[in-house]
Design a protein. Structure first.
Length: 248
């Protein structure tokens, strides 16, 4: 089940967190993985981890806020492995603040990285996928795209836009056997949540029916499923990975 043997995936934001675990999980399922992020040092570590487990990985430095770096990164990845079957748009940043005082630069930077970059990466991937008439595009959005969140107008708008982009491209590409879906993580244990006071963490967990934070592995597992042949009849869908925090 969920074998990705012979497939090639590209993961943005692959140097840490959800992106790193997703890249490792895709490789464990048999895919060759192009690792894209800004930090070459961290990418090298991920590539070494994959290769030491018998997988195939290729690191490309890519700042997804830079159109030329996106084009170059995709060209390098496709040249290395000869094809591209799976794209995971995961790269994202936050610049939080109340909307009343949010600087335009902070608004535009988050929209550029979290939404526009996913559109540009999708454009680059579709050329290869259309030729082989097979593809999987998975966009990493967020539970706050569906619920809203104070102090994150830019992030919420970008992630909500990603859901709309998912559905639009899914409609356009369905006849070409290319599926486009999104994964919406809830509260996930990260380096940002680790330092929070226990009282704050307990308050957050109280909103989660399963009673715990999610992990990067939980999200990666959902992405591997959506990338597989077994998910071939699912498109335009948002898969919630939130412990029941939001249902329906």
């Amino acid at each position: 089940m969920f074998s990705l043997n012979g497939k090639v995936a590209l993961v943005t934001g692959a140097s840490q967190g959800i992106g790193r675990f997703t890249a490792v999980a895709l490789a464990a399922a048999g895919a060759a993985v192009v690792l894209a992020a800004r930090s070459e040092e961290k990418l090298t570590e991920v590539a070494r981890e994959i290769e030491s487990a018998g997988g195939k990985a290729f690191a490309v430095r890519m700042d997804v806020a830079d159109t030329e770096q996106i084009k170059s990164g995709f060209q390098q990845g496709i040249a290395k492995f000869g094809r591209l079957d799976i794209l995971v748009n995961n790269a994202a940043i936050t610049r939080d603040g109340l909307a009343l005082r949010m600087k335009l630069d902070d608004w535009e930077a988050v929209l550029r990285t979290n939404l526009t970059a996913a559109y540009l990466c999708t454009q680059q991937a579709l050329g290869a996928m259309l030729k082989q008439r097979w593809g999987r595009i998975i966009n990493v959005t967020s539970v706050v795209a569906e619920t809203g969140n104070a102090g994150q107008a830019n992030y919420v708008a970008a992630k909500a836009g990603l859901i709309g982009l998912t559905k639009a491209i899914a409609m356009e590409m369905a006849s070409r056997n290319i599926t486009v879906n999104a994964v919406a993580p809830g509260f996930i244990t990260t380096s940002m949540t680790d330092p929070l006071p226990e009282k704050v963490k307990e308050g957050m967990k109280a909103r989660i029916p399963l009673g715990r934070f999610g992990t990067d592995r939980d999200v990666a597992a959902a992405i591997v499923f959506l990338a597989s042949e077994e998910a071939g009849y699912i498109t335009g869908h948002v898969l919630d990975v939130n412990g029941g925090m939001r249902m329906g």
